[in-house]
Design a protein around this ligand. Structure first.
Ligand SMILES: Cc1cc2nc3c(=O)[nH]c(=O)nc-3n(C[C@H](O)[C@H](O)[C@H](O)COP(=O)(O)OP(=O)(O)OC[C@H]3O[C@@H](n4cnc5c(N)ncnc54)[C@H](O)[C@@H]3O)c2cc1C
Length: 398
């Protein structure tokens, strides 16, 4: 077993690390304080530099102008990008676009790819993914109410969605809607591409997340679909295949998220160590002299390293043995790494004292905007239940 990053990817990792440290992190304060809309020119400039230096789209196939990395390699890049809240956006690897690009690439017709995938891959437009509904449990997506009924060559969509991330300013949504109400639960829904300028597509608001509604890419919208008419040609994949495609979207997506979270953990770890080593709490002692700080730092180091090994192993399993072989691993990393990240952020804030809850460090941003990690893409409890059931089956089967 070789635990070093593959030799071919090491120079790339170094370049990504330098780009994030030297150019992206210095832009953070401006972008987070002014907001994504006002800071758009700064972000566009960084994206242009990224392209000019052949760093754009680590997860994208080369024919779409990306780096064509495999899941493990992209995971390693994703960790580096995760060191800044802007990293994935600047490199064209941000959710939800990355997942949408993946399914458009796999299931899109030539016309859909040309209209939506190609400009998305170039970073000229943005997209969103509209599945969760306020009236129904997102953790059980077979209970969707949003309906797409056939009318001539069209679908007419009626429904109410929320937490459609990045809908503000998106050119199109991929909507999960029930097309076959009488089919078995997992064959009822389809994915349909809806341009956001279609009559009846109404973005009601950007939902406030702990007081912050965000804007542009960094937002989560409530949306009404009121008699939205689109051609049936806008369906992605087969009718009733919505869940199948959603599962495919989520598998690699969870690896991407987990590696991004590890990047966040490393940033938080550095910030914390630097702070406790510097912060005087006595005339001749810093916070680093206290056992509680030492214990938290040692525990954090162990948890981050354990997380990385688990996630890379899951990515490796998907690459070499297929997603089915990695099902348990993917559930384990999803709740484990999200929990490690949130504990680290909380402890880091505690060690920073009042400074920790200000916007003078990146910690408060993470506290607010990463808390959702334990909820989206399957809440902790669902992943734990699924894994435990499968493990226990092996014991009860004998
Ligand atoms: C930051 C963020 C971004 C998001 N982005 C998107 C997006 O772009 N597009 C989109 O469609 N959706 C998005 N979502 C929505 C997300 O997918 C749902 O929030 C998630 O699926 C959970 O659904 P829910 O919120 O309806 O919670 P519910 O399903 O109501 O569950 C609530 C809680 O109940 C518990 N629970 C649920 N089921 C079980 C069970 N079987 N056993 C034990 N406990 C259980 C869990 O603790 C869970 O947190 C986003 C959410 C967040 C927080």
């Amino acid at each position: 077993m070789d635990f070093d990053p593959p030799a071919a990817v090491r120079p790339l990792l170094e370049r990504v690390e330098a780009f994030i440290a030297d150019r992206v992190i210095p832009a953070e304060r401006e972008v987070l304080e002014r907001g994504f809309v006002a800071a758009a020119p700064r972000l566009a400039e960084l994206r242009a530099q990224c392209k000019a230096e052949s760093l754009w789209g680590p997860q994208l196939p080369t024919e779409l102008g990306g780096l064509g990395l495999g899941l493990v390699e992209h995971g390693l890049v994703s960790e580096r990008l995760g060191r800044s809240p802007l990293g994935h956006y600047v490199f064209g690897a941000q959710a939800p676009d990355a997942g949408n690009m993946e399914i458009l690439h796999k299931y899109g017709t030539p016309a859909q790819r040309q209209a939506w995938l190609e400009p998305l891959a170039r970073g000229e437009i943005r997209s969103c993914f509209s599945m969760t509904e306020p009236e129904n449990p997102g953790s059980n997506p077979t209970m969707l109410s949003c309906l797409a009924r056939r009318d001539g060559d069209d679908y007419v969509i009626d429904g109410h969605k929320w937490f459609t991330s990045s809908a503000d300013g998106a050119a199109f949504a991929i909507v999960m809607a029930v097309t076959n109400p009488d089919a078995p639960p997992h064959a009822r829904a389809s994915m349909i591409i809806v341009p956001t300028d279609t009559p009846g597509f109404e973005r009601a608001r950007n939902i406030k997340i702990m007081g912050d509604a965000g804007e542009g890419w960094a937002s989560h919208a409530e949306i009404w679909y009121r008699g939205v008419r689109v051609p049936q040609d806008n369906r992605l994949g087969a009718e009733g295949a919505g869940f199948l495609i959603a599962q495919e979207r989520l598998g690699p997506g969870r690896i991407h998220h987990c590696m991004r979270w590890i990047g966040i953990c490393e940033r938080v770890f550095d910030t914390t160590c630097a702070h406790v080593a510097r912060r005087k709490i006595d005339s001749d002692k810093t916070l680093a002299s206290r056992q509680i700080a030492q214990a938290w730092i040692a525990e954090a180091r162990a948890e981050i390293d354990a997380s990385r090994l688990m996630v890379l192993h899951a990515a490796w399993t998907i690459e070499h043995k297929g997603f089915a072989a990695a099902r348990d691993q993917v559930s384990l990393i999803k709740f484990y790494v999200a929990d490690v990240m949130m504990r680290l952020v909380d402890r880091a804030i505690q060690l920073h004292g009042a400074l920790g809850i200000t916007s003078d460090t990146v910690l408060a941003h993470y506290y607010v905007h990463e808390r959702g990690a334990r909820i989206y893409d399957g809440p902790d409890e669902v992943h734990k239940m699924v894994v435990a059931k499968r493990i226990l089956q092996r014991y009860t089967a004998t």
